[in-house]
Design a protein around this ligand. Sequence first.
Ligand code: SF4
Length: 460
Amino acid sequence: MFLSVFDIFKIGIGPSSSHTMGPMVAASRFLTALATLPDRAGCTRLAVSLHGSLAFTGKGHATDRAVFLGLMGCLPETLDPDQAEAMVAQLRVNRTITVPEGDPVAFDPDHDLVFDYGPPLPGHANGMVFTAFYPSGEILLRQVFYSVGGGFVVSEDELSGQSSSRDSVPADVPYPFTSAVEMLRMGKGTGLSIAAMKEANERARHGPELEPGLERLQAAMNACLDRGLRHDGILPGGLSVRRRARGLHQQLLSERGSNQAQPHAATDWLLVYAMAVNEENAAGGRVVTAPTNGAAGVVPAVLRYYRDHCIGASAAGARQFLLTAAAIGGLIKHRASISGAECGCQAEVGSASAMAAAGLCAALGGTNEQVENAAEIALEHHLGMTCDPVAGLVQVPCIERNGLGAIKAVSAASLALRGDGQHFMPLDNCIETMRQTGQDMADKYKETSIGGLAVNLPEC
Ligand code: SF4
C-alpha cells in the first residue's frame, strides 16, 4: 500500500470529498468507460441512482450536481466553480449528455438521477449505480462505484479485488511502512525522520514533480483560507448559516498587540483559520482534501498557525509538516477509514487532527516517537465522535468542529513535545479502536442526517 501526499491532499471543490468530489470522479469514469465501448453509438439513455449516505445527505452535499458535472466531463481539480451553475442550467435545458466521440444521449437531470432511500449497496455506505441503455431498454453498460472518503472512488470490481485500483498496487517505494510501528522501526534503523522517509517514497513515485506539487498544495490551502477570511454573507443550502470567519479575523487583528487580547486568543486564531476554510468549502469553493473536504480546515489552520505564530517557522518546516501529516493520514486510511459515512466524524476531523498534530510536532523539531505520540493523542480524543450534519449540509457542526480539531492538534503536539515520546497507547491501537468504534456506531450517526444534532434542531 502506498498513499501519496497527493492522494491524501487533493485539490478539488466543496462541499464534500465523499459526496461531491467522489461522485464527480465516478461519473467521469463511467463516461470514459462508455466512450471506449465499440457499441457506444447504440446508447440512447443514461440513468444514475445514489444509495446509502449519498441518498440521505446527497441533496445537502450537492451530490446530484456533482454527478451531472462529472457526466459532462468535469473533474474536481480542474472544474471552475464559477462555471458550474451555468453548466448545470444548460443541462436542464438540453437534457442530453455528450459521450466523447459519440452522439448526444438522453439524460434528464430531474428524472434520470434517483436518490434511492432503500438499503445501502453491500460494498460501502456511499454507493452509486450508473447505467447506459440501448433504445430497446436493454442495458449496454452498468457500473457500480463506491465513494470511500477523501475523494477516493473504487468500482465494485476493485472493491472485491477482481481488478486493481491504484491504492491496492503493491508499493515500490524505499520505506513501505503500513503501520506506525513499522514506520518507527524503519526510522530507528535508518536514522531518518518520518518526513524524510515519506519524501524518499514520494520521490520514487513522483520524481521531480514532488517539489512543484507540494508548492501547489500549499498555495491552494493558503488561497482557500485567505478567500474564507475575505468573504462574508450567508452560506448556501437554506439553513441561513452566517459566515463568521471574516468578522472574527477583523476582531483579532484589531486586538493584536493591545492589552485587550487574552492569552487564549491563540485558540481563536486557530478557530478562525479553520472556519475560513470550511466556510469556503460549504460555499462550494476550491479546497484541498485534508484528508476530506468536511475536515479540510484542520491541517491548513495548523499550518498557518505554524507559519504565522510559531517561533522558528520556516519553509522547510512547512514541507516537513505536510509530508509527516500525509504519512499519518495514509496509515489511518489504510488501517481504518477517513470516511464519516463509514466511521463517523472521528474518521474525518479526528484523522485531520492527528495529521495536523503530527505535522506540527515534526515541524517544531519532534522526534519520530514524539510525532507518533502527538498523532495518537489527537486521534484518541476524537474517538466516538459521530457525523450528524444538519440538513446534510457540511456546515453545522462541521465548520466549528474543524476549529476545535485544530486546537486539539496543537495541544496534542505540545503535550507530545513536552514528553520523550514514550507513552501508553500506541497509535496503531488507537487507529484500530477508531475502526472498531466506527463499525459499532449506529448508521444514523454516520453521515445520514437522521440522528444526533441533525434531528435536535431549535424551533424557529
Ligand atoms: S460531521 Fe464531521 S464527518 Fe460529518 S460531514 Fe461534518 S465534518 Fe464530515
